[in-house]
Ligand binder design. Structure first.
Ligand code: 9MR
Length: 375
């Protein structure tokens, strides 16, 4: 692993004189440690070389105008810094089975070939979700057994097709609400819960495991690092699975967070709940909104510095709370600020990612590197 640090002359002198905090105090507070790392620049060619676990990024591909396969700038960033990709959209249900029984693997195969040819791993996103479900599935009519068969046909066909080419899967995405109840009816309801009941989750995991026994299988959700009701519901689900030998390898924390919420301590405590179950923890969709209250018209050095600190703190929290053997990796949800879903969703300026709209490295990239280098 390549770790080159440029340390300021001042720090070198301090250490040489026996006055560096490292040499005198092994129990330095988190605050002192953070301060030290803010002042210490990490020099690296490849972000992922600083970690023993996958450092991923979600990428647009297929028919999307910003597909990495047609964008040299995006492609270069992925090749240089990341060891894993997630397809941002093209491996979802509507993309892979647009009509019943008609599977469409071309776009995903092209993306995975690109990854394979360049030694980059793939995290499969996503076998089952309530959103981006093709219309024919939404209007499918059948009894519970027919729904189960239809659901399992999708999972089995997709996981079998990609077996050996994906390291892990988000098997089920967002089955719980923030209050810990199952997502059921309403605008953002789940056709899977409505037509099958809660057992759709375990059935999805069993089908995925049978189709690809070697992939790590994750339950994935948002707000797991902030909502205690939601993380507790997931813990209860995992405990139930473990009692009944339903296969599950890890929990994916999406982590679409803001610059200040949730707190580092809450994030660590929620990671630890999954660690204590013996499962892997993966940060699957990390981005940091800096303009959640619409107070900024444009980005500034102060905002970028704050974001660097926030990325540093989140990655540090992960490294602190999750032992090496249980680290499934960290994936950033997008390459360039210009492509981020945050801008489309909230229709306002924001700068959530590690590279700016001109594909330049941001201080946030340095924040991730500093935390990884610290491990
Ligand atoms: O980033 C994705 C965006 O391009 C899509 O329009 C959107 C559609 O729902 O999905 C976004 O990705 C989501 C991911 O698949 C699941 N977790 C939440 C992500 C952000 O919405």
């Amino acid at each position: 692993m390549k770790k080159t640090i440029i340390t300021s002359l001042f720090t070198l002198l301090l250490v040489a004189c026996g006055g560096g905090s490292d040499s005198t105090d092994n129990s330095q507070s988190g605050q002192q440690k953070d301060q030290q790392n803010q002042d210490t620049e990490v020099v690296f060619d490849n972000l992922s070389s600083l970690a023993e676990f996958p450092i991923g990024v979600s990428v647009p591909a297929g028919q999307y105008a910003n597909s990495i396969l047609n964008s040299e700038a995006r492609k270069q960033i992925v090749l240089q810094h990341f060891s894993q990709i997630s397809a941002e959209n093209i491996m979802k249900m509507d993309a892979l089975q647009p009509n019943q029984g008609q599977f469409s693997f071309n776009h995903a195969d092209n993306l995975i070939n690109f990854a394979n040819n360049n030694g980059i791993g793939v995290h499969g996103h996503v076998l089952l979700w309530h959103s981006q479900v093709p219309n024919w599935m939404k209007s499918f009519s059948g009894d519970k057994q027919q729904w189960l068969t239809m659901m399992k046909t999708h999972i089995t066909t997709v996981a079998t097709h990609f077996a050996g080419q994906v390291e892990s899967w988000d098997v089920v995405n967002e089955a719980f609400l923030d209050n810990g109840l199952y997502r059921s009816i309403g605008d953002s309801g789940s056709v899977w819960y409505q037509n099958i009941g809660a057992e759709f989750i375990q059935e999805a995991f069993v089908a995925a495991s049978q189709a690809d026994p070697n992939a790590d299988l994750y339950y994935n959700d948002y707000n797991l690092s902030s909502s205690s009701s939601k993380i507790n519901a997931v813990v209860a689900m995992v405990e139930d699975f473990q009692t009944r030998n339903i296969p599950i390898d890890g929990v994916g924390f999406q982590m679409h967070v803001t610059s200040s919420y949730p707190s580092d301590d809450t994030i660590k405590a929620h990671f630890k709940k999954i660690v204590d179950l013996g499962l892997k923890v993966k940060i699957t969709e990390l981005d940091v909104r800096m303009n959640a209250n619409s107070q900024h018209q444009q980005v500034s050095d102060a905002i970028l510095k704050l974001q660097q600190q926030r990325y540093f703190d989140i990655v540090s929290a992960y490294l602190e709370a999750v032992p090496a053997a249980q680290r499934g990796g960290i994936t950033i949800w997008g390459i360039s600020d210009a492509d981020s879903w945050i801008l489309n969703l909230y229709d306002q300026e924001d700068w959530p990612l590690l590279f700016d709209e001109n594909f330049n490295e941001k201080p946030a990239l340095q924040g991730v590197a500093q935390a990884l280098n610290n491990d």
